[in-house]
Ligand binder design. Structure first.
Ligand code: XUL
Length: 513
């Protein structure tokens, strides 16, 4: 029994959740924001600004710097890191880090007198890391689809997807063959951060590995033909892929300076969505999850393997066993913030005033909220489309419009995952919005359950660590740490209104095609 640390390396920052399996406490609130705390890396929103609207890269050294800063912050808070019995983590999915042959040697002898950044600088064979927001690989996706067609979706759980790692690696290998040849190992954000903690190159877990278009979900091994086609010699540059419950090393002596004891076990890291599935206690089939973060995601544990017919949804290995579905809506909080900014209104108005001044269904006002390229449905170039004149609409109408439109797209594009869920767990920053909770309950005709910890990815990582290291059953950990404390029921008076709105949304979307 003890304390387990879950580190969440997300798009906009790095956070920690610590669970105490003895007394059931959760220690939260340790966070580093890339824009605010590490401005020298020039990633105010977590990525480097680029003139190309399809290109989104970030700086892997910034993630390492944030790890040092986070642990220092925890230590400075007076929390005793020597009490930590095990660690795991969570990374934004799909991002890839390219490292040369020095990586392993340098990791094995990290010097606590220097920062991680200083020591890792020379290990990058590609200075920047493409992240999940990148859409610059349409050509490579077309090549993968031409070569493998349906096999790609049936084997890897997803059609060729721009932000997934296969297309990103293929583009790099084609455009920069020398730098690719100089790459000894390609990590995901999760396995890169895990490697730093363990002081050796760490494996990728099956769940995060599923977001690469390279893992054969039939046998949970890298798919030989797909890796061979993606880039020469790729299979030798990929770390091993292991079950999400694996212990993959012990904490590098470098981290003793923060107060950790020796040989703390480290469980393999995973992606943010698989970790969130665990962090909200939904690792077995029954409940769906909506996570309202930088992107909005809808996911659920699956009772049987089936893929998304429109090619936008994904199947990943589920950290608790079996599979999970996932639909990613890139324009999540980004679109909500844009509307707030355009209307010059505060969060308070967005959530309360706007909804009180308007009626459910908003008299049919809808928009396609593609302020940046969208993953579901695939829209490569930003395009906001309204079925009314936004210049004539009030701020209240525009605010209701974005929330109802986002709920409609989530409902329509998640239909393939299962036959309607009667309970949906809500997590992420915007889950605090009372108004959005009711709209989601009404549009999905489901009971919405709000979980207490909003950083479900970090919590999921801590729970996975406790499960892997202490062998505590997931059900027991869910009962202790993943309770929901608020519930919102659908309002039957709105059923018809939202059924109509869903049809109207679907017609509007067809017009864009
Ligand atoms: C999922 C996806 C995002 C990232 C960042 O496919 O691209 O949700 O994991 O959170």
């Amino acid at each position: 029994m003890g304390l387990y640390l879950g580190i969440d390396c997300s798009t906009q920052g790095v956070k920690a959740e610590i669970i105490d399996t003895v007394n059931g406490e959760i220690h939260s609130g340790f966070a580093i924001n890339f824009g605010k705390d590490l401005p020298e890396y020039k990633c105010p929103d977590g990525y480097l600004k680029n003139a190309d609207p399809l290109l989104y890269h970030s700086d892997p050294l910034m993630w390492a710097a944030a790890l040092d800063m986070l642990l220092q912050k925890i230590k400075d808070s007076g929390f005793k890191l020597e009490t930590i019995a095990g660690i795991s983590g969570s990374g934004q999915q799909h991002g890839s880090v390219y490292l040369n042959s020095e990586f392993k040697t340098i990791l094995s002898s990290l010097n606590p007198e220097y920062t991680l950044t200083k020591q890792l600088e020379s290990t990058l064979s590609r200075r920047t890391a493409p992240i999940w927001m990148d859409r610059s690989t349409a050509k490579e996706c077309a090549e993968l689809e031409d070569r493998f067609g349906n096999l790609l979706r049936e084997s890897t759980g997803s059609s060729a997807i721009e932000r997934f790692t296969a297309a990103q690696i293929r583009k790099f290998a084609m455009l920069e063959p020398k730098a690719y040849a100089n790459t000894a190992v390609i990590h995901l954000v999760s396995s890169y951060m895990c490697s730093i903690l363990c002081g050796k190159s760490a494996p990728i877990d099956h769940a995060d590995g599923s977001g690469m278009n390279l893992l054969d979900l039939n046998n949970l091994c890298w798919h030989r033909e797909i890796t061979e086609f993606t880039a020469p010699g790729l299979i030798d540059k990929l770390p091993p892929c292991v079950p999400s419950g694996s212990i993959v090393g012990t904490l590098s002596p470098y981290f003793k300076k923060y107060g950790f004891k020796e040989n703390v076990p480290v469980a393999v890291w995973s992606g943010d969505n698989p970790n969130s599935l665990i962090g909200v206690g939904a690792g077995t089939p029954g409940k769906a999850v909506i996570s309202l973060g930088t992107s909005d995601t809808f996911f659920a544990s699956m009772s049987e393997y089936h893929t998304s017919p429109d090619g936008c949804g994904h199947v990943f290995a589920n950290p608790q066993g079996g599979f999970m579905s996932l639909c990613c809506f890139t324009n999540g909080s980004l679109a909500r913030e844009r509307i707030m900014k355009n209307c010059d209104v505060s969060m308070q108005f967005f959530d309360h005033g706007a909804l009180e001044q308007t009626v459910p269904g908003n008299q049919g006002k809808l928009m396609l909220p593609y302020f940046s390229a969208e993953s579901t449905p695939l829209v490569l170039y930003p395009a906001t489309v309204y079925n009314f004149d936004p210049a004539q609409a009030s701020a209240a109408e525009l605010c209701r419009c974005i929330l109802e439109s986002q709920a409609c797209t989530m409902r329509l594009h998640s239909a393939w995952t299962g036959k309607g869920f009667s309970h949906i767990r809500l997590t992420g920053g915007a889950s605090k919005s009372i108004g959005f909770r009711q709209i989601l309950a009404d549009v999905f005709q489901a009971e919405i359950e709000i979980v207490t910890v909003s950083n479900s990815a970090g919590l999921g990582a801590a729970i996975r660590a406790a499960n892997a290291i202490e062998e505590l059953p997931f059900e027991k950990l869910y009962a202790g740490f993943c309770q929901s404390n608020e519930y919102v029921s659908p309002n039957p008076a709105n059923t018809e209104i939202y059924n109509d709105l869903l049809q109207q949304y679907s017609s509007l979307e067809k017009k864009l095609k």
